[in-house]
Design a protein around this ligand. Structure first.
Ligand code: ATP
Ligand code: FE
Length: 372
């Protein structure tokens, strides 16, 4: 099997071709980070236009780099949710066009499931059931993956996701956002003292596996305000060495507490998960924030301490990409879960399946009662 994967759910336009033995034949990502840095956030209409401008080129490159033509494909996989519907639509329209023209089946993919399952491409030993921590711009999820398509949600964010907190903190500290706020903050944090600013760890009084980053964001904003420096409007590149040190201390202190919150929730989730499913051997950590080296090393320690193994895909497969979509498509396709090829000429107003809000798995109710 050879599957083309297309991803446009948020601010990256990505496509890839993957073979069912796990060989990645091509992997193309066009990032809008530059645009975001200039305009300060994802505006759906602007993101949609950016996707529309490059989608044909990105898909064509993915097919060419794989040394194939559309005729060689077995199916097309595309993210249908969750995400911004204007953006999802661009990818789904493109996928349906190719599938219609070349008579290919289509697999509609859940973006967060793809973040988790790509770990099965990179780690051949990873069998169900396993535990997954998915940390990205829009989600913080702790998931028990029982089998393909069957997930139990042990925890989720009650407000912001960790990636959002990294992005905002980076912006408020005046960092260069062109390569993304998360990576810029990770780099600056290496220069700072992680114990210099006292931030409190979120949700310690809640004995569950949920997350919250809104309060930490507020603490960071207050810490910045108390320095009496307008960091956001004065880029770090022109800061004095003392000012730079202050920013690095805030960055390092933020990162320590943001990740400590992950560590604490993961320890509890491992405990819960082993009670439900004692055969679990792995914790998968994926999503954009999982490309952070500090995050990886701290979680590695927690997982090791609890007798499990950490599986973390390489950084370029943790952030949004087409490979994870193609791979998830392959997994579902192999179980016969796909849609037949769409008609060659689809009318403009045809309504196709998009799921902008689409929970991954059911909530774990036992957890809530235990938490009381
Ligand atoms: P979602 O997957 O929830 O729909 P998304 O697709 O926009 O959101 P991803 O591409 O999976 O998110 O991840 C992007 C997020 O990861 C951003 O918030 C970004 O700042 C963060 N991120 C990327 N690299 C790093 C890093 N090295 N350290 C911390 N955060 C990072
Ligand atoms: Fe993502």
């Amino acid at each position: 099997l050879v599957v083309l994967g297309i991803e446009t759910s948020c601010d990256d336009t990505a496509a890839a071709v993957v073979r069912s033995d796990g060989e990645i034949l091509s992997h193309v990502v066009y990032s809008q980070a530059d645009l975001l840095a200039r305009y300060g956030g994802v505006a759906p209409k602007m993101a949609e236009e950016a996707h529309s401008r490059v989608i044909d080129e990105v898909v064509q490159q993915a097919i060419e780099k794989a040394n194939l033509t559309e005729k060689d494909l077995s199916a097309v996989a595309v993210t249908i949710g969750p995400g911004l519907s204007l953006c999802l639509r661009v990818g789904v329209q493109k996928a349906r066009k190719i599938a219609g023209l070349f008579n290919l089946p289509i697999v509609g993919v859940h973006h967060m499931e793809a973040h988790a399952l790509v770990a099965r491409l990179t780690e051949k030993d990873l069998k169900f059931p396993f535990l997954a921590l998915l940390i990205s711009g829009g989600h913080n999820l702790l998931i028990l993956a029982n089998e393909l398509g069957h997930y139990v949600q042990l925890g989720t964010s009650i407000d912001d996701a960790i990636g959002e907190a990294y992005d905002k903190t980076a912006r408020w500290l005046g960092l260069d956002l062109r390569k993304g706020g998360g990576p810029a903050l990770e780099e600056l944090a290496r220069e700072g003292d992680p114990n210099s600013v006292k931030f409190s760890t979120p949700m310690r009084q809640h004995k569950d596996c949920n997350f919250s980053y809104a309060g930490l964001k507020t603490q960071v904003r207050l810490a910045i305000e108390s320095t009496k420096t307008d960091m956001e409007n004065n880029p770090i590149s022109s800061a004095s060495s003392e000012d730079r040190r202050k920013r690095a201390d805030i960055a390092a202190s933020f990162q320590r507490v943001a990740v400590l919150h992950l560590e604490e929730r993961c320890e509890r989730a491992i405990e819960w998960a082993l009670k439900i499913e004692p055969s679990i051997k792995h914790l998968v950590v994926s999503g954009g924030v999982a490309s952070n080296r500090y995050v990886r090393s701290r979680l590695d320690h927690i997982v090791d301490k609890n007798g499990l193994r950490l599986v973390c895909p390489p950084p370029n497969l943790c952030t949004d990409n087409g490979v994870m979509v193609a791979w998830t498509g392959i997994e579902h396709f192999c179980l016969g879960r796909f849609d037949p090829p769409p008609p060659v000429h689809e009318s403009e107003d045809f309504v196709f399946d998009l799921r902008p809000r689409w929970p991954l798995g059911e909530e774990y109710s036992q957890g809530r009662s235990e938490a009381r």
